[in-house]
Design a protein around this ligand. Structure first.
Ligand code: MSP
Length: 509
């Protein structure tokens, strides 16, 4: 089965920060999980490079927009690699393939009578790259009008092409009704449905007051509204307009992961544009919450913007990936704090999981001649533990299908805790003297449990779980979920155990 998952494409007006890395990691975990399940996965990420916001940032940096975007896009590509993302493609909206897809989508909409030329008069927030109705605006402390996001707005009046969005209101509502799974979490779904019910205006989809964008076919005085250009990236990468391309089999996308601030674009404009062009809308849009830092909003002026690279250098990639998805339910806001991260690292990774693996593997190394013991007739305790562990992949799958990362990890930790209770109760270190065959049997149960745990955790912590599977003697080609059906051969040689998760020790300073 095909599975197509995307991150938002990130604006290149500034360097990547942890908010960007977050969605990239979340999408990566799902992509890796779907591969473990045996799906044919296409995982897309990339950069959103047009529009006024980027044009202004380039001017502020004293560069032409193309050189500027080349430079910043490279930083995003590096961030993707730093976060361990296994993306299959990285799209930049300044690429020729993308401009071609935008032009093709535009032409289809025009041919179908969905676009007309008019004049836009209204409010625009460059920071959000969004048009706002006057009724949506709020007053700032100095009395100036602001977007609901707090972004400054300016009055715009210029010739513009419009998309007949208002005509899609009822069809969108019918679409949401027919596909309750299309938007999540529920709070965002309600927000979007209320927005659509409150009445849709036609959408201004071109600008004439600046040049940094994809030219409108047949009318190069206009550039496309950056959101129309940006959303199109998801079909560009799937090969559009070449619907015979092998990649096109991935469309419609299974899941767009987006931040809560951009759900409206993905859940209203995007399906309407696609349906209007006769293209299937995506299957699901899931909105994640926002991170604050030690409880404060991240901002350049507060100087608390977290560079993902620094975070990874300090705590390690797998600990950061684990923390981001474990700390808060996906969809909620959360605070990134040093203390919370260190607590998770030390209590859950180093103690719960690291010690369990270390204790089991070092007993196997020392007292089982570093080879995997045979499976023996199970006791009731063995059966209870192994039955719970065997049920784990299905539980993780169920949680991840709901995009509930923290619940998936909680399911894993139930088994980690059960394994710790099992080892403490069985005390294989004592059995060494009293009943060596039983010691071997217990260590084999633990090895089998650890194998399941490490297998399902690979998407979250690919590096450390690969090392754990190495140490358990699991062949590189037998690490997907299907492979769990076949027991490991008794006598498999086990490499010398190494610590998997270092404790984080505060600097003495
Ligand atoms: N370019 C658009 C998306 C176009 S998708 C067709 C955009 N870019 S962005 O760089 O501003 O934001 C990208 C993503 O980062 C958004 O999903 C946004 O919600 C997310 N985040 C930005 N700051 C964040 C936090 N502090 N915390 C979590 N996510 C954050 O919007």
């Amino acid at each position: 089965m095909k599975f197509y998952i995307t991150t938002p494409i990130y604006y290149v007006n500034g360097a990547p920060h942890i908010g960007h890395a977050y969605t990239t990691v979340a999408a990566d975990v799902l992509a890796r999980w779907k591969r473990l399940e045996g799906h044919d996965v296409f995982f897309l990420t990339g950069t959103d490079e047009h529009g006024q916001k980027v044009e202004k940032a380039a001017a502020a940096a004293g560069l032409d927009p193309q050189s500027f975007t080349d430079r910043v896009a490279e930083q995003f590509r590096e961030m993707t690699a730093w976060m361990g993302a296994s993306n299959d493609d990285f799209i930049r909206t300044t690429e020729p393939r993308h401009k071609r897809a935008c032009a093709a989508l535009w032409q289809r909409l025009a041919e179908r009578g969905e676009i007309y030329l008019g004049e836009y008069q209204g409010w625009y927030a460059v920071r959000d790259e969004a048009f706002y109705a006057e009724s949506e605006l709020v007053k700032g402390s100095d009395g100036a009008l602001l977007a609901p996001s707090g972004a400054p707005v300016e009055w715009v009046r210029e010739p513009s092409y419009f998309f007949r969005l208002s005509a899609w209101q009822d069809r969108l509502l019918a679409f949401y009704d027919a596909h309750p799974e299309f938007m999540a979490p529920l709070s965002r779904r309600n927000e979007v449905v209320n927005f659509v019910k409150s009445g849709l205006q036609d959408l201004s989809i071109s600008r004439t007051s600046f040049r940094w964008g994809v030219p409108v076919p047949g009318d190069p005085g206009h550039v496309m509204y950056v959101w129309v250009d940006a959303l199109t990236n998801y079909i560009t990468a799937a090969g559009f307009p070449d619907e015979g391309a092998a990649r096109w089999e991935f469309w419609p996308a299974d899941l767009h992961l987006v931040g809560k601030d951009i759900i409206r674009f993905h859940a209203v404009y995007w399906p309407a544009l696609l349906m209007a062009a006769g293209i299937a809308p995506p299957k699901r849009v899931f909105a994640n919450g926002w991170w604050t830092v030690e409880g404060e909003k991240m901002s350049k002026s507060l100087g608390n913007v977290i560079d993902p690279h620094e975070l990874v250098s300090r705590y390690g990639l797998d600990a950061v990936r684990y923390f981001l998805l474990r700390e808060i339910p996906f969809g909620n806001d959360g605070s990134l704090s040093h203390r919370a991260l260190v607590t998770r690292m030390n209590d859950e990774l180093a103690n719960d999981l690291g010690n369990l693996a270390q204790r089991s593997l070092s007993l196997l190394a020392r007292h089982c001649a570093a080879s995997l013991p045979a499976v023996s007739a199970p006791t009731v305790e063995d059966e209870v533990f192994l039955a719970a562990a065997s049920a784990l992949p299905a539980r993780v799958a169920e949680a991840l299908d709901r995009v509930a990362f923290s619940e998936a990890l909680e399911e894993v930790w139930k088994i980690v805790r059960a394994a710790n209770a099992y080892i403490d109760h069985q005390a294989p270190w004592a059995l060494r003297r009293t009943d060596p065959p039983r010691m071997a049997a217990v260590l084999r149960v633990l090895a089998d449990g650890l194998r399941i745990i490490a297998t399902v955790l690979q998407p979250f912590m690919p590096g450390s779980m690969a090392r754990m599977l190495d140490q358990l003697g699991v062949p590189a080609g037998a690490r997907d979920l299907a492979a769990l059906g076949a027991p490991l051969a008794a006598g498999t040689e086990l490499p010398a155990p190494q610590a998997l998760f270092p404790r984080f020790v505060e600097d003495a300073a």
